[in-house]
Design a protein around this ligand. Structure first.
Ligand code: HEM
Length: 231
């Protein structure tokens, strides 16, 4: 998955003289209508993680939030705009309603053949015509995480055809998957899924989402927020 070069790099260490991974101790991370405190002290000596992205729902940002639906589970507080920050946000900015963060990571389930097919069709985020976007934070349930890797792969692909279905929508849809689960216990979601596309592909995106939600994989989704954005 490629990273958009146009995203603003937020170097917390350089700006604040402190190396921070994630959110500084005591800063509020908002989600699910609750306030989460970042667990533990600032990790000194940990430079900015280039795989970290922070999504800030508030009053500023390039993206206007045009529609939000809590598909499963608790909603997020209502925000007008979304700021997608490449890096850490050390404290919730003024007017922020929620701050979600995740890191890009290695793939878990795909085969080499699938990887090659994806590489041949995928496009970078941030193309000039991609003026629509979707942010879909997802939490899977304990039953999913209790499964061994081979069973999760079987559900993800052999049963649910996640990659096979997704491939049909490339290159119209660009995407980046962020993992949150290993950032700490306070993270309200396991994944932040982020997509952008041109307005003429908005309907196709809705069809893709509906197809995925009808699969066995989605029986393991315990919380899902569906956001549509425009810039
Ligand atoms: C645009 C077409 C799409 C393609 C090509 C695609 C492909 C993929 C791939 C390759 C992975 C990583 C598999 C691995 O770790 O080996 C993945 C994971 C994931 N995708 Fe998609 N996807 C697409 C659309 C979507 C949509 C629309 C959603 C949400 C509605 C979504 C939600 C997720 C989630 C939550 C994961 C993490 C699953 C897990 O690790 O349990 N994807 N996807």
């Amino acid at each position: 998955m490629s990273e958009s070069k146009s995203r603003r790099q937020f170097i917390a260490g350089a700006l604040h003289g402190t190396a921070v991974l994630g959110v500084a101790a005591g800063a509020a991370i908002l989600g699910a209508g609750n306030t989460y405190k970042a667990a533990g002290p600032i990790q000194k000596g940990t430079e900015v993680n280039p795989r970290l992205f922070t999504f800030v729902g508030g009053k500023v940002g390039a993206w206007s939030i045009v529609q939000v639906k809590a598909v499963v589970g608790d909603p997020l507080p209502v925000a007008e705009r979304l700021d997608v920050v490449h890096g850490a946000v050390p404290a919730a900015p003024d007017g922020a309603k929620w701050v979600l963060r995740g890191v890009t990571s290695n793939v878990r389930y795909i085969t080499r053949a699938e990887q090659d097919l994806l590489a041949a069709k995928e496009v970078d985020l941030g193309q000039p015509e991609a003026t629509r976007a979707a942010l879909i934070p997802i939490k899977k349930n304990a039953a999913w995480w209790a499964l061994p890797q081979d069973k999760r792969r079987r559900i993800f692909e052999e049963s649910s055809c996640h990659i096979k279905t997704g491939l049909e929508y490339l290159p119209a849809i660009a995407r980046r998957l962020h993992h949150c689960r290993d950032l700490g216990e306070a993270e309200p979601f396991d994944f932040l899924t982020w997509f952008d596309y041109a307005p003429e592909h908005a309907q196709a995106f809705e069809e893709l989402v509906a197809e995925l939600r009808a699969t066995e994989e989605w029986k393991f989704v315990g919380r899902e927020i569906d956001m549509r954005l425009a810039r």
